[in-house]
Design a protein around this ligand. Structure first.
Ligand code: 5GP
Ligand code: ZN
Length: 113
């Protein structure tokens, strides 16, 4: 897929508007456009990594910082103590619709398995 056609690349490089919560040089946090919980954020790298299948040695620190940023977002959005889910969907049967790796942060209600 051409990176120009990737919705998350286009939000990350500010070509189109997204509901950006925060960003830094390498990561961006969006409010999910169709939230499945009171708090539903997406943490993603600005670089186009299609899925968890594409992470490589060298991405360890990036992946760690994604989780740390998710933890920080959970605190800021008031769900750190009540609890939350962090989910990577991978591929077709994993339910991944957008082929730019993203970590879902879901919270603010009792979540099903
Ligand atoms: P996936 O199924 O790929 O793991 O999750 C993709 C998520 O991205 C979905 O929850 C969907 O609602 C969200 N999404 C899709 N397009 C956009 C968009 O343009 N902006 C934002 N903020 N979220 C989007
Ligand atoms: Zn992309």
């Amino acid at each position: 897929m051409n990176v120009d056609d990737c919705v998350f690349c286009n939000i990350a490089n500010h070509s189109i508007s997204g509901d950006i919560v925060t960003e830094n040089d390498e990561l961006i946090v969006l409010k999910d456009i169709l939230p499945k919980a009171p708090v539903h954020l997406l943490v993603l790298p600005k670089d186009h990594i299609p899925s968890v299948n594409d992470i490589k040695p060298g991405h360890e620190a990036l992946m760690g910082r994604m989780i740390l940023l998710a933890q920080q977002m959970a605190k800021q959005h008031g769900v750190a103590d009540s609890g939350y889910k962090l989910i990577f969907n991978v591929g077709k049967e994993g339910g991944q619709m957008v082929k730019h790796m993203h970590l879902h942060l879901l919270g603010g209600k009792q979540l099903a398995e």
